[in-house]
Design a protein around this ligand. Structure first.
Ligand SMILES: CC(C)(COP(=O)(O)OP(=O)(O)OC[C@H]1O[C@@H](n2cnc3c(N)ncnc32)[C@H](O)[C@@H]1OP(=O)(O)O)[C@@H](O)C(=O)NCCC(=O)NCCS
Length: 149
């Protein structure tokens, strides 16, 4: 049976659970403080994926000058390959279209094939690279964008 997953706008109440997701997904996780600050950032639009009321994934973008810059997409390791990353991307695309943004853009590690595959599935295309963008291991970033119509 398909799980009941709810996609909601992230609120300050979600910050603790989202910080735990960050910790198990990234080498340099965002702190609870940074996430809390994002909740009062007028440019930021974040969504959570919840199962039985608990956050199991989150994603968001900054709405800057007509472009949506995706800051993060993360799904708890126990809940991957179940379509949750896709649901979060779909929520961001819908929101960006409603806000009449021209495009969505993001940086992704060159080695992160899982995330690149997810973005490609939704029409993001690589448009360039940023050399040694990630300071923890000097890894290059691939820049991917999706034009919105
Ligand atoms: C990238 C990530 C968000 C994907 O989330 P997910 O919920 O597993 O994604 P979905 O189940 O919706 O997968 C959608 C598609 O993405 C691609 N994909 C996802 N995981 C993949 C993997 N491990 N290997 C290859 N392709 C993968 C596939 O095309 C998949 O479609 P399919 O299941 O029909 O083959 C998740 O792996 C994650 O949180 N990774 C760690 C954090 C991260 O790297 N975030 C991105 C920062 S730029």
């Amino acid at each position: 049976m398909r799980k009941m997953i709810e996609i909601c706008r992230m609120s300050a109440d979600d910050v603790g659970e989202v910080a735990r997701i960050e910790e198990c997904c990234f080498a340099s996780p965002w702190s609870e403080k940074s996430l809390r600050e994002e909740m009062s950032n007028r440019l930021a639009v974040y969504f959570t994926a919840k199962e039985n009321g608990r956050c199991i994934g989150y994603a968001g973008f900054w709405n800057v000058s007509g472009e949506g810059g995706i800051t993060n997409v993360a799904v708890h390791p126990d809940h991957r390959r179940q379509g949750i990353g896709s649901m979060l991307i779909e929520a961001m695309i819908k929101s960006a279209r409603e806000k009449k943004l021209d495009l969505l853009t993001l940086e992704v590690r060159k080695s992160n094939i899982a995330a690149q595959s997810l973005y490609e599935k939704y029409g993001f295309v690589p448009i360039g690279a940023r050399k040694r963008y990630y300071s923890d291991n000097d890894e290059d970033a691939i820049i991917m964008t999706k034009p919105l119509d």
